[in-house]
Write a protein that binds this ligand. Structure first.
Ligand code: DAK
Length: 258
């Protein structure tokens, strides 16, 4: 069904793998479209509570946008594709109603790091290398990188990484807040799955509201505190709130899924 990605679903966790290892999993248009289609299906799948995005094989998460594909774009093609790509994948990931964990298993460069930064949580393998090398190619990050990197690591460090086009190690990425944790490569997927299984025990509706509220704080013109109040209030009308509070009072575990 998909050529450039694969999906495996087990125990309420979907693992979406970018699967172009010969090109170090570089993102071309088709891969972005396939990932968009898969995520839209997963969004509707009640059986899935968390998504893990990773790269095929052990060398790269995603080594950027496919340079061969965008090498001869015009100004208008660049502009429209940046917008389309942002909507199709990067914004979809950031605002996805279920948590998305990026398991960064090697090079995460340019569009690859931008994809990881769109995810709600990042875990890196110790061999991972990250950077936004776009200015070395004569462009700037076009899939939200200038915004999300500064949000995650602060403006000064983001400027340094973007202007130098350099790569940083997983440990440095951890020190500057770009990734949540670093583990050995063999443990990466299991670590992401362990985190996912903790998340899955909790109320999907409350998590969805939390994603909206946290994201609201980073949207210009939106008052994150107001969105938090709205989402907080909505929780009181959910069956999951009733289940969560009843379970506590009855001294049993809450059951939010079948
Ligand atoms: N695109 C296409 N192919 C790539 C690729 C990429 N980003 N990265 C690697 N490959 C391919 C290589 O060409 C090579 O293919 P063959 O030559 O064997 O056919 C194969 O993957 C293995 O790569 P290497 O032989 O280079 O492997 P090394 O271990 O020597 O080096 C490396 C690994 C990750 C350091 C190196 O491959 C590298 O520097 N890759 C490029 C990294 C990079 O600059 N990435 C692009 C960043 S710019 C846009 C919006 C956003 C963007 C663009 C447009 N619009 C909406 C228009 C974003 C741009 C970027 O992401």
């Amino acid at each position: 069904m998909f050529e450039n990605i694969s999906i495996e679903i087990a125990d309420h966790i979907a693992v979406l793998k970018i699967n172009r290892p010969k090109q170090l999993n570089a993102l071309n248009k088709q891969t972005i479209q396939e990932a968009n289609r898969a995520l839209n299906e997963i969004a509707l799948d009640q059986n899935v509570g968390v998504v893990i995005i990773t790269g095929a094989e052990d060398k790269a998460f995603v080594a950027g946008a496919d340079i061969k594909e965008f090498a001869d774009f015009s100004i208008s093609e660049g502009g429209s594709l940046a917008q389309q790509g942002q909507e199709l994948l990067f914004d979809l990931v950031e605002h996805f109603p279920k948590p998305i964990i990026a398991a960064v298993n090697g090079f995460a460069l340019g569009g690859g790091l931008e994809l990881a930064m769109s995810a709600h949580i990042r875990i890196a393998s110790s061999n991972a290398k990250m950077g936004l090398p776009e200015v070395s190619l004569g462009v700037i990050p076009g899939y939200g990188g200038t915004q999300r990197l500064a949000q995650l690591v602060g403006k000064g460090k983001a400027n340094e990484l973007i202007f130098t086009a350099g790569m940083i190690s997983a440990d440095e990425a951890y020190r500057c807040g770009l990734v949540n944790s670093v583990v050995e490569q063999e443990e990466l997927l299991d670590t992401a799955k362990k985190m996912a299984s903790k998340i899955i025990r909790n109320s999907p509706m409350a998590i969805r509201s939390a994603i909206k509220a946290v994201n609201a704080g980073y949207k210009s013109g939106v008052n994150g505190y107001e969105v938090e109040i709205e989402e907080f209030a909505k929780c009181f009308g959910t069956t999951e709130f009733k289940e969560g509070t009843s379970a506590f009072l009855e001294k049993r575990k809450a059951h939010f899924r079948d």
